[in-house]
Design a protein around this ligand. Structure first.
Ligand SMILES: [Zn+2]
Length: 301
């Protein structure tokens, strides 16, 4: 049995999985404010699920995880900054702990028994690039079933590169939360899609409304989605050239945009060195559960 915890800014979600990935139990509670309260909440979560026979606990969180130093930096969990979180969590929980970035856990989950796994209608994918398109844009890399963490814990952090081959139709570059201008996150996240639609049409709509209108045959909404897909294809092209993944798995709220994967894979060959990349792209299988499921996979059986 494995235990994974998704530690988010508003909620803690945990799952116990058996050897083949079947869910045995789950637990959910709000994330308290403050360092000690968070450690207590994690310990109580583990006690509720009472995972007999687990070797350790995996924790997914939205931020940069410096495994070498055992420290994390998470905008939504500012009280973790600079604290020896991995050691303190292990001590409070009473079990060894492994911590990874949420996009890395997402990618691990999808590579193990999700959209990029054997038996899911796709061939086995040795190199998987996972992307999350939601309120922000994150990414992770899994190679042969293992997360590539990187020397700085940054591998796969693709959202804070400039949007490549920007055109007038993309709108002007806007400031990003990271302090830079024109990061592809600002274009591809939910607020970016709303901004793009306003740039192209003058109308302010949220992403689900844009999707609904596009499905109903609204040409302006469909045009916005096509432009967004084109920007995503341009943003992924350098990843294909650099990493050349077998599979790209997309999760987050915007993965529900109609026809997203088909639109992107139709376009990305215009921007990569291979004119017809064999790389496949699919929507995540486990959705919002992939953080805790991937965290559980941080430990072997
Ligand atoms: Zn940025």
């Amino acid at each position: 049995m494995r235990l994974g915890i998704d530690l988010g800014g508003t909620k803690i979600a945990a799952v116990a999985l058996d050897r083949d990935g079947t869910e045995l139990a789950r637990h959910r509670r709000p994330t308290p404010r403050g360092y000690d309260a968070t450690l207590d909440a994690l310990a109580e979560t583990v006690a509720v699920l009472n995972p007999a026979g687990t070797r350790g606990v995996g924790i997914s969180l939205p931020g940069v995880v410096d495994s070498a130093a055992g420290r994390v930096r998470a905008v939504n969990l500012p009280w973790l900054e600079g604290r020896p979180f991995a050691d303190d969590a292990a001590r409070r929980i009473g079990r060894p702990v492994r911590i990874a970035n949420d996009a890395n856990c997402f990618t691990l989950s999808e590579a193990t028994d999700g959209a990029a796994a054997k038996g899911r209608g796709t061939a086995d994918a040795p190199v998987v690039f996972g992307i999350i398109l939601g309120t922000g844009v994150g990414g992770g890399i899994v190679i042969d079933g293992r997360i590539l963490p990187g020397a700085n814990g940054l591998a796969g952090e693709w959202g804070h590169a400039p949007l490549p081959w920007r055109e007038e139709a993309d709108g002007p570059p806007v400031p990003c939360g990271c302090g830079k201008l024109g990061c592809l996150e600002t274009m591809l996240c939910g607020a970016g899609l709303t901004r793009l639609h306003r740039h192209l049409t003058g109308e302010t709509l949220d992403p689900p409304e844009i999707a609904t209108r596009a499905l109903a045959g609204d040409a302006a909404a469909a045009g916005t989605l096509a432009r967004h897909a084109d920007a995503l294809a341009r943003a992924l092209a350098p990843v294909l050239n650099l990493l050349d993944p077998d599979m790209v798995v997309v999760g987050g709220g915007l993965s529900a945009l109609p026809g997203l994967c088909e639109a992107v894979t139709r376009r990305w060959g215009a921007w990569t060195l291979a004119s017809q990349p064999r790389t496949r792209m699919a929507v995540a299988r486990h959705g919002a559960e992939s953080g805790m499921r991937g965290a559980a996979r941080l430990w072997p059986d």
